[in-house]
Ligand binder design. Structure first.
Ligand SMILES: Cc1ncc(COP(=O)(O)O)c(C=O)c1O
Length: 441
């Protein structure tokens, strides 16, 4: 490591997450500063941030309102417990978020990440069913190719094989719906694809197989990001809502990526007109500045817990940092930026320019599909003869060399810029991506 310019001699001590550690440390890509739509790397090069960090910095980087709120709060009160104690900020934040949430989802539980939000949502679902006398409903249903973080609950209902297969038996009583990626029928659709709503009907089959009285909840990402931008076919989410409602099964939307304007509107639930019973978020909640997540539930679910003696804890769950004052300060400042700059609306306004720009890549070597909605896009490539994932990684790496941060998931490269993106940033991103695609051919 000693002759690597930007890694210290102790580079081996950091075991990097979701990274080919040895490959990375042999040829590191190191970021040092961030402002607006740009990172600066350790060589002083400007890199356009095509991914809002990791789908989280929706208001762009270096927002002074957030850093100032954080530094004020950490000086005033660095920490306060929320177990049997309180401080004003999480109450204020919950009230603020309830104003933008999908109809009725106005009770909030705070976490520190998307993974914790997913596991919290699953636990709420199970405990709710028990609280209303439906204790036999213990089964959870996820979906193939889903990503719900890395907790044991999340990987159990998740459907990305590599995230599951090294970790034993996982949660019992979990089943999966089929995924909705159908390149053969839907390639190069603009916006939501036409074909595939019927895949929601697989839930009927699982109900027949297990009995509705044994199923607690279905969890899906309204749009899967991590597995390579997989969009819901038209009518699919509506169908899932109808079937879950018919059988008393809770519907959970994991909006860790789609929350806070990624597909336009505050949440995908609003953009696509389907209201789940439980909704998770993280990432954009604080613009990525401080770790924080949240779970929204409706009053029916919340109130089912608020029974029995008032002196008894209603839900034996929570994190030391649930409602952390510094995270709350970051979230409040972030929400104020979203509101003041009307950023969710801005995502919708620039959506068609974004789509047109993306579709200019159609016809470039090895591009087999382009999927885009809101301010997100997935460009899928034909796999390299040397194996799946190689082409995606090659395009990602080439993009970075050319000054664009993209994200590779297998042979799909994803883009999800901050909602402050302007046309000239989009043009620059597409130009660099097109170059990278050609070079990787
Ligand atoms: C839909 C979804 N759920 C959960 C997570 C996990 O979030 P975290 O990495 O904050 O635990 C992610 C992260 O990308 C996600 O996309």
């Amino acid at each position: 490591m000693a002759n690597q310019p930007h890694l210290t001699a102790s580079a081996e001590h950091f075991w990097m997450p979701f990274t080919a550690n040895r490959q990375f440390k042999g040829n590191p890509r190191m970021l040092e500063r961030a402002e607006g739509m740009y990172y600066t790397d350790t060589d002083g090069r400007q890199v356009i941030d095509g991914t809002a960090g990791l789908w989280c910095c929706n208001a762009g980087h270096g927002r002074r309102e957030i850093s100032e709120a954080v530094s004020r709060q950490i000086a005033q009160m660095d920490f306060a417990p929320t177990f049997q104690m309180g401080h004003p900020l999480p109450f204020e934040l919950a009230g603020r978020l309830a104003q933008i949430s999908p109809a009725g989802l106005n009770r909030l539980f705070f976490t520190n990440s998307g993974s914790e939000s997913a596991d919290t949502a699953l636990k709420i679902a199970l405990a709710y069913q028990r609280a209303i006398g439906q204790g036999s409903r213990t089964r959870l249903i996820g979906r193939e190719l889903a990503y719900h973080g890395v907790g044991f609950g999340g990987i159990s209902v998740g459907g990305m094989a590599n995230n599951r297969k090294a970790f034993g038996a996982l949660l019992p009583g979990v089943d999966h719906l089929p995924h909705t990626l159908d390149v053969q029928r839907n390639a190069f659709s603009r916006g939501l694809p036409e074909h595939g709503a019927e895949r929601a009907d697989e839930l009927e089959r699982l109900v027949t197989l297990h009995g509705a009285e044994n199923i607690a909840a279905v969890i899906v990402e309204p749009m899967s990001g991590s597995a390579g931008v997989i969009l819901p076919p038209k009518g699919y989410l509506q169908r899932l809502r109808e079937i879950t409602q018919k059988y008393g099964i809770l519907l959970i939307f994991d909006e860790v990526i789609t929350g806070f304007g990624r597909v336009g509107e505050a949440f995908a639930a609003q953009r696509w007109g389907v209201t789940p019973d439980i909704l998770t978020c993280a990432k954009g909640l604080t613009n990525g500045a401080i770790p924080m997540g949240a779970v929204f539930v409706n009053e029916t679910i919340h109130d089912a817990f608020m029974q029995g003696p008032e002196s008894v804890i209603e839900f034996f769950h929570g994190y030391t940092y649930s409602g952390h004052p510094v995270a709350c300060a970051a979230a409040l400042a972030t929400q104020e930026i979203y509101r003041r700059e009307n950023l969710f609306q801005k995502a919708i306004e620039i959506e068609s320019y974004w789509q047109d720009a993306l579709f200019s890549l159609q016809g470039l070597p090895n591009v087999t599909d382009i999927r885009t909605v809101g301010l997100v896009a997935g460009i899928q490539f034909a796999p390299h003869a040397d194996g799946a994932g190689k082409r995606g990684y090659e395009v990602f790496r080439q993009c970075f060399d050319d000054g664009l941060l993209a994200r590779a998931s297998g042979d799909t490269v994803a883009l999800s810029p901050a909602l402050i993106v302007e046309r000239e940033h989009i043009d620059a991103m597409i130009e660099r991506l097109a170059d990278a695609i050609r070079k990787a051919a």
